[in-house]
Unconditional design. Structure first.
Length: 141
């Protein structure tokens, strides 16, 4: 039943976030893989990251490069290496979705949506409460 409720509120996979050590090399790799160039590079100072976005059909790939050694991405790469960091879901109403998920017992890293990359408001669920997967909620600004 939780799956049905979850699926009804999540519109689609908005993007898949991939932690990388070298953004230039990763952009070159994904440009070849997807036969496309990134459409945007953006720094998100609050997260200590530079992002690079690729369109991939109806979804996006977000490359994440740490801007300093104590950023969440740098810590992730140090602990787990490069690779998939999170899955982001598009939602229409991020505030009500945060409240719904809290009510379902999910632990949130952000209980209030904040500014994120690519003109989105975001909030993350802690992977300890979501089967080991870091989940991001994304809503248009």
């Amino acid at each position: 039943m939780l799956f049905l409720t979850f699926a009804e509120k999540m519109n689609k996979i908005e993007h898949i976030g991939i932690a990388v050590k070298n953004l230039d090399e990763a952009e070159a790799l994904y440009s070849k893989l997807l036969n496309a160039k990134p459409y945007k590079r953006e720094e998100v100072e609050s997260e200590g990251v530079i992002t690079s976005f690729f369109n991939c059909g109806p979804n996006k790939i977000e490359l994440l490069h740490a801007t300093h050694a104590d950023s969440p991405i740098a810590k992730f790469i140090e602990k787990r290496g490069e690779g998939i960091h999170h899955i982001a879901f598009a939602v229409d109403d991020i505030e009500s979705e945060i409240e719904r998920l809290k009510g379902e017992g999910f632990q949130l890293i952000h209980e209030v949506a904040k500014a994120g990359a690519d003109n989105k408001r975001i909030a993350f669920l802690h992977p300890k409460s979501s089967g080991g997967v870091l989940i991001e909620l994304c809503a248009d600004v």
